[in-house]
Design a protein around this ligand. Structure first.
Ligand SMILES: N[C@@H](CCC(=O)N[C@@H](CS)C(=O)NCC(=O)O)C(=O)O
Length: 215
């Protein structure tokens, strides 16, 4: 049976899993968990994931969450080769560093900004948030200085995590193509991936949601 993904596609972490599955040609069963209806806080969902986050995946009786862990698992188990998550330890270390950069910095600012808008009624970014994003965009621009993708010449799951979250952030605080040209070029490059629609559709839902919150 195909792995079951609990999801809502406005979420960047969810979109990174959709990109990974599409890239390896894996069909997922999709079950929407509507955060606005607090479906992630039901007893049933909390039994699966007490941290109540999406994406959450069930495969063969194993439940897991955190998009980065899910993506590494899916590639290791289902991909026909290891290019998206190399087995070579030196290459993998770079991919892992970028994944942690996404978790610890990029997504962490996205979550901070999104929660401020959803729960505190903020309509714009604070100066601290802008500083955090400028720092994040700057590091990403450096990672992309000598390579097409964030961890080298091949697309990896680190690109999927970062592209999903950076395209969301780009709506909230646009990436300045003069100051961060490598990031802008990488975002355009990602749009050419044959499975990029997996990001596009949910990104549009994200934009609709946050356009309303910011107006
Ligand atoms: N690091 C996690 C973050 C997951 C996350 O925070 N997802 C958000 C939606 S974008 C969520 O489920 N929020 C509901 C909550 O935290 O209660 C991942 O990459 O999967």
């Amino acid at each position: 049976m195909a792995p079951l993904l609990y999801m809502q596609n406005f979420s960047g972490p969810v979109r990174s899993v959709l990109l990974t599955a599409a890239a390896i040609g894996l069909k997922l069963q999709r079950r929407v968990v509507d955060l606005s209806k607090q479906e992630h806080l039901t007893e049933e969902f909390l039994k699966l994931n007490p941290q109540h986050t999406i994406p959450t995946l069930i495969d063969n009786g194993t439940t897991m969450w955190d998009s980065h862990a899910i993506n590494a698992y899916l590639v290791s188990k289902y991909a026909k080769d290891d290019s998206l998550y190399p087995k070579d330890l030196s290459k993998r270390a770079i991919v892992d560093q970028r994944l942690h950069f996404d978790s610890g910095l990029i997504f962490s600012w996205l979550r901070n900004i999104a929660r401020g808008m959803k729960y505190k009624g903020r309509k714009a970014l604070t100066s601290e948030q802008i500083e955090g994003l400028e720092n994040g965009y700057g590091h990403l621009n450096n990672f992309l200085r000598d390579s097409k993708w964030v961890a080298g010449e091949h697309v990896t799951i680190a690109d999927f995590s970062l592209i999903a979250n950076v395209t969301s952030l780009d709506f909230l605080y646009p990436v300045d193509s003069q100051r961060f040209p490598n990031v802008s070029a990488w975002m355009k490059r990602a749009e050419e991936l044959p499975y990029y629609d997996e990001n596009r559709e949910g990104l549009e839902s994200f934009r609709v949601m946050f356009r309303a919150l910011m107006s």
